[in-house]
Design a protein around this ligand. Structure first.
Ligand code: 4AD
Length: 430
């Protein structure tokens, strides 16, 4: 039998094919029965006409329950009213395995219930669409950097030291030593940049953030490019080209998924480089006028980021954050004491920060001073400071969080729906 996927039906019009999948829904009216079949690649209406289909199959139809696994044969027809534009004039139906009392129905369910059933919830159309968009984003990340001569350098997951502060470190045993799950591959990318020029890593990173917010995951995926001889401004240029590429590619290739998600794509269509750039001090002025609790010199919270992004119809860079609120490796601007050569990118429509990065401190003495200031153990950073001993070089890079990017592009209000199996504070299962 000519077994095919629903997404490939256009190639089989007029042919008899077999579809394998799960019952999405069904309805009957006398001599005609409709099965909406889901196979992971799409939905297809299968129509059973009494007299035209196998009689046993017609009778078996009554036993179908939501998410039962079925094999169906029939003739492919074009039908505009069917979800994918094709319908099956069904001939046979085989129930491969039943599904009794499937817990997720059309009625409203609470978030906790859905998260406990995440392994099943993934089959629902909106979850399915978001994960397909995620896959496209991941592919576009790789294509962007691979197509521009970057070398992929995988960073280790077990690390001996902190990159992004010690408060969110996940400690684990590494035989007789203490190790931490990676918070960022950046330090290793700096070594990579000295060896290969333009590099990136892309993998899971971990932060023991004891907070339940709509933007924080415990385990999230980050892509981190690092480029030798780039400064802060080159870094922002690379980041804006990268973000434009991802957004425009998803708009082109995943329009159907964005429709399922009911995403208004007007704002996304305008995401083209260059993006506006604001000095931290300018941004802080704007925020202070609207948020009376904000103190200049502090990092921005979600509300503050929304204040800034609401003023622009493109993502906006904020650069030159105070060095005191940034990580130890950030270069201080020689022309502006106390300001770091850092940049964050805030997404449109209040979705908040999706990129953090900047130019790295390349002066050995200054870097050693920062390591001590941040109460880090210089011994842990011996290999890292070597990069400043042996041909130190100006360089810059950034990290883009995949889940926040998926959330923004899909228009989702919480990062829990942007990754197949989210790890959140208080949630390790399923
Ligand atoms: O600003 P962050 O902490 O920067 C770094 O880790 C740098 N070492 C990256 C670099 O320069 N190579 O994180 C970068 C991005 C954030 O903008 C955000 O998108 C995401 O990573 N991110 C998180 N996403 C989900 N949950 C969390 N807990 C996140 N923490 C950071």
């Amino acid at each position: 039998m000519n077994r095919t996927y629903i997404e490939d039906l256009s190639r089989h019009v007029g042919q008899t094919v077999e579809l394998c999948g799960w019952v999405y829904s069904k309805r009957s009216s006398g001599k005609i029965k409709f099965l909406l079949l889901r196979d992971g690649t799409g939905l297809c209406q299968c129509v059973y006409f009494k007299g035209e289909c196998d009689e046993t199959s017609f009778a078996e139809f009554e036993q179908l329950t939501q998410e039962a696994c079925v094999f169906v044969t029939g003739v492919v027809k074009e039908e505009k009213r069917s979800p994918g534009g094709f319908e099956l004039s069904a001939r046979t139906l085989k129930i491969h395995s039943p599904s009794v009392d499937y817990p997720i129905g059309p009625k409203e369910h609470g978030t906790d219930f859905l998260m406990n059933n995440r392994h099943l919830w993934l089959r629902s159309s909106q979850q399915h669409a978001a994960i397909r968009v995620r896959a496209e984003i991941i592919k576009s990340v790789r294509d962007f950097f691979d197509g521009r001569g970057f070398t992929l350098i995988d960073a280790p997951i077990f690390t001996p030291s902190a990159c992004e502060g010690t408060s969110t470190l996940f400690e684990t045993k590494y035989f007789d030593e203490k190790a931490y799950l990676s918070q960022s591959g950046q330090l290793y990318m700096e070594a990579g940049a000295a060896a290969f020029g333009k590099v990136y890593c892309f993998g899971p990173t971990f932060r023991a953030e004891k907070s339940k917010t709509r933007r924080h995951l415990i385990e999230f995926w980050m892509v981190e490019p690092e480029v030798a001889f780039n400064d802060l401004y080159d870094n922002m240029e690379l980041a804006e080209q990268f973000v434009e590429y991802i957004v425009q590619r998803v708009l082109k290739n995943k329009a159907a998924e964005l429709k399922v998600l009911e995403r208004n794509t007007e704002a996304l269509a305008k995401v083209t480089a260059p993006f506006p750039r604001l000095h931290y001090k300018e941004a802080a002025e704007i925020i202070a006028k609207e948020n009376l609790e904000f103190k200049k010199g502090e990092d921005f919270g979600g509300t503050d980021e929304t204040i800034i992004s609401s003023k622009y119809n493109k993502p906006v860079f904020v650069h030159h954050y105070p060095a005191a609120i940034k990580a130890f490796y950030m270069k201080e601007d020689e022309k502006e004491a106390g300001s770091s050569m850092s940049c964050d990118l805030l997404a449109t429509e209040g979705y908040g920060e999706i990129i953090g990065g900047g130019q790295r401190e390349d002066n050995l003495n200054k870097l050693m001073g920062k390591i001590k200031e941040h109460n880090l153990n210089p011994e842990d950073f011996g290999w890292y400071t070597d990069l400043r001993r042996y041909g130190s070089f100006p360089h810059a890079g950034f990290g883009l969080g995949i889940e926040r990017t998926v959330g923004w592009i899909c228009g989702l209000s919480h990062v829990r729906e942007t990754i197949p199996f989210p790890r959140l504070y208080g949630r390790l299962r399923p």
